[in-house]
Write a protein that binds this ligand. Sequence first.
Ligand code: BES
Ligand code: ZN
Length: 633
Amino acid sequence: MKKYLHLFAKVIFLFCNGIIACTSSSQTEIQYSTIMYTPDKHSFAKPEEAVVKHLDLELLVNFEDKTLCGTATWTIENHQSEYIWFDTKDLFIQEVKVDDKIVNFQLHEPLPFLGSALQIPIQPYSKTVQISYCTSPQAEALQWLTPAQTYGKRYPFLFTQSQAILARSWIPCQDSPGIRVTYEAVVRVPCGLLALMSAENPQTVSDDGVYHFRMMQPIPSYLFALAVGNITFKPISSRCGVYAEPEMIEKCFEEFSETEKMIKIAETLYGTYRWGRYDILLMPPSFPFGGMENPRLTFATPTILTGDRSLVALIAHELAHSWSGNLVTNATWNDFWINEGFTVYFEMRIMEKVAGKDYADMLALIGYYTLLQELEELNYNEDTKLKLNLEGRNPDDAVNAIAYDKGYFFLRTIEEAIGREAWDNFMQDYFNHYAFQAVDTETFLSYLEKKIWSRFPEAKKRVQPEKWVYEIGLPENCPKIYSQYYREAEEAARAFAEGEIPIHQLQIGKWYYQQWVHFLNQLPSDISLERFAELDAHFRLSESPNTEILFCWFLKSIQAGYKNVYARLQNFLTTVGRRKFVLPLYAEMLKKKELQNLASEIYHKARPYYHYVTMYSVDKLFEQYHIKVASKY
Ligand code: BES
Ligand code: ZN
């Protein structure tokens, strides 16, 4: 506690001495909004009573203590309430001022994964609420990396991951996706490092370590983002570029150089890009996701750097979120498919223009297989509905293929039923009509009723939208997709498995990586270890620069007990923290009794290196097997 107070003194000193210029809160006339808020069980905020509109953030980034300290000054709109409620998680709140006067606040007992409600008394005319605070070194959104965990090995690195409900662990906020704010920030970092946010960003390192940020479009709290490190910038076009550690910048530039083209394609499909710049920040390998659509600055995993641009669909996906998600946002986490289903649909449409219909259909087919597998794994339970009920649960537990792929196929079913032209017009209207607003599943369904089904009543009968949204499993009217590329992979897998032709005669030369993955997935489970070794020797699968192939190969190898890959597997799991790869690999190892010790050993080494979200999921997995993992922190 004493330590925090000392830090506070330091922050206040810095701010007051003008080393950090004071930000001005936007002083525009407050007009009461008429926004309808869908009740959100994952937030303590009561926006219909009193709601935030703008944030002025001042933060000091301290790598030694692993803390962020400073003030969050909220411009509020009070709808006649005596209190305003915020979400916090593991924050140390030092002081709260309402319109510059210190008030007695109440920090309630923490609830599992939701954190503590912060209750602040306000007056009918109150305009600003200033919260002075420090984060905990264990703040769940934050990962503090040592220099050794970076590419350059010389400077530390910090990044945030706020989605779904982790923003509250680094900013006291009304952490509900239905509540939007504009923000400004002043962030002080050690000299020589660059700070970036989901906002207007600097392109060069500042002399004094102070950075100013501004996000003029209102965004939900899960899109607050910050990254600090030895980062450089390289432009791709006048409105788009890449940020990365210097060691990675060229590779990054090469891999993502089609981004401007993608933005143009996206705009032709569904309207102007509304966020000004679109930049990509290459994250350290421990980043728990493939990508995160932080507005103006997508965070991207380095596991998509293959050297041949074969994994850029992920950029199309994050870019698409600039419409579906960031512009039109799921009202609650129960409506998560409103973000991800639309985004996968949009991603496929972008990829269709970038790489052709056959390619996009292959992607869609992968989604189909992933979906079938997910339905089995979830046992066709309630979580296989598009509309979720996550009350009492961590929304992160429902991040699975349902929202993404069932969501995608629902929208594709509508498209096929009414024709692409009518559908695209509808989508454009939808993005414009609900721009900068939150949409729940029911709002979408009634908009669809009004704009589409009233004109296409027969199509509605064929689609059965309610069935897609409110029922478990996959409706039988789900489009069936055929892919010649996939057929080739299946044929090769059969021929190889049956020993029909020698390995060097397999026609695999110019395969897409997806064909490789499909080929591996199609191999029968009883294939001998000699044949595994043969495949590995011939195609060097254990050394694949494509992490999707590598991941699939590791998975198959674990299943088959092909021990030759274990050293590489260990290396992979102790450097890469992307949950999509890490979790299934541990899961596959734990399924085999003889590999449980190896799994524990690797996890023991790797765990301190993972971000909280990956750690949380892997911990849960080990707990299912009653295997003790190292104490939490
Ligand atoms: N917004 C998600 C990541 C996310 C979802 C973070 C839920 C926290 C909670 C992001 O857009 C995403 O979907 N990433 C995918 C990439 C993709 C191409 C499907 C990923 O990380 O794998
Ligand atoms: Zn997404």
